[in-house]
Design a protein around this ligand. Structure first.
Ligand code: SF4
Length: 350
């Protein structure tokens, strides 16, 4: 079979994407673009990642939430620390939000910590929802995280039919199976090739991990094709030498509103003043800080329900209740489950 085969199939698929489902075409791709994956994963997969050694939904959720916007190397020590302190959702539900935010300090995007804490309270009360819809109703759990929970943990009743697709998996599938960058195809097309590309030798969980590892080690924004297990069948490579994508310009953290929010939150968790005047005076000289920016940061923190004490918690009531059957949640003020009911129903947690 020639190296042009992948590109030719991809071209046919691409022309078909807007007009017809890919399933028929994808059947022909099964075991093709992923041919080299099982053996490579066995030899080179990141099997040491500790969250791959557990199927406990709480441990998996903590890893997924931490990894949403933080690198693996930074998450590794923090995941262990978090789980040592709160090994179960019920344990985390017993903690105060301030404690959780302090533990989260340095990981960034503390809204994730608050969502995790809210989810802990719901799960400690009602148990883990059985399906994707119920999982998606948990605070901070979107489509990707829900599917990751189904694929990597024993939450839910069945593994998903395709891997949880994040940016990296989308990029690998778009390039290797279709010969394009992910923005050139529909999400449905990516899901379709991902679903049909699973080699029979790899269960869904291992298949997903293998593709994560290809994305992390080889098919990065600027591809490193040498040694890539998908190289032989890769439609992107067959369509022409992969060109390094222009590096994404990350907005500078220094002087950003995000940095200011982090500084204020850390000070507040240490018992510092939340008076705008005092904060602005204390932060005078810090790049980008002004009274208006302090007001903006405080308003954002309050709106996100992150400020300790009465100053912020009541302002951002976005918590949700969830029934065990995964029925769509109803918006309610952010209140933790009643202590009595939490303890009484804790056995429902998996
Ligand atoms: S790293 Fe290169 S060979 Fe591997 S999937 Fe990406 S583009 Fe294809």
């Amino acid at each position: 079979m020639s190296d042009d085969f992948g590109a030719s199939v991809a071209n046919r698929l691409l022309t078909a994407v807007p007009r017809a489902p890919l399933s028929a075409h994808c059947a022909t791709l099964r075991g093709m673009w992923t041919d080299g994956l099982p053996r490579w994963f066995g030899e080179h997969g990141r099997h040491h990642l500790p969250w791959r050694l557990t199927t406990d939904p709480w441990a998996v959720l903590v890893s997924e939430v931490m990894l949403q916007q933080t690198s693996v190397s930074r998450v590794l020590p923090r995941w262990h620390g978090f789980l040592q302190r709160w090994p179960t959702a019920a344990a985390c539900a017993d903690a105060s939000l301030d404690e959780v935010l302090r533990e989260w300090s340095g990981l960034g995007y503390p809204r994730r910590a608050r969502a995790l804490w809210l989810t802990a309270g719901i799960v400690a009360t009602a148990g883990w929802p059985d399906g994707e819809a119920g999982l998606r109703a948990l605070p901070g759990v979107g489509s990707y995280t829900a599917r990751a929970l189904l694929a990597f943990s024993d939450a839910g009743i069945a593994a998903p039919s395709r891997p949880p697709r994040d940016v990296n998996l989308g990029r690998v599938a778009a390039r290797a199976a279709l010969g394009v960058e992910p923005h050139q195809v529909t999400p449905a097309a990516l899901d379709s090739v991902l679903a049909s590309g699973r080699p029979r030798a790899l269960p869904m969980r291992q298949y997903s991990y293998a593709l994560f590892d290809v994305g992390a080690l080889h098919c990065r924004a600027a591809p490193r094709c040498d040694g890539c297990p998908l190289w032989r069948r890769c439609a992107f490579r067959a369509a022409g030498a992969p060109v390094a994508a222009a590096p994404r310009c990350q907005p500078s953290y220094r002087g950003s509103l995000r940095q200011l929010r982090g500084t204020i939150l850390a000070a507040a968790l240490d018992g510092g003043s939340l008076e705008p005047e005092q904060l602005a005076a204390a932060l005078a000289g810090v790049p980008g800080v002004s009274r208006e920016r302090v007001d903006e940061a405080l308003a954002g923190l309050a709106n996100d329900g992150l400020l300790p004490g009465a100053a912020g918690r009541g302002a951002a009531a976005t918590g949700r209740t969830l029934r065990r059957d995964g029925v769509a949640p109803t918006a309610t003020p952010t209140t933790r489950p009643a202590r009595g009911s939490l303890r009484a129903r804790r056995s429902a947690e998996r």
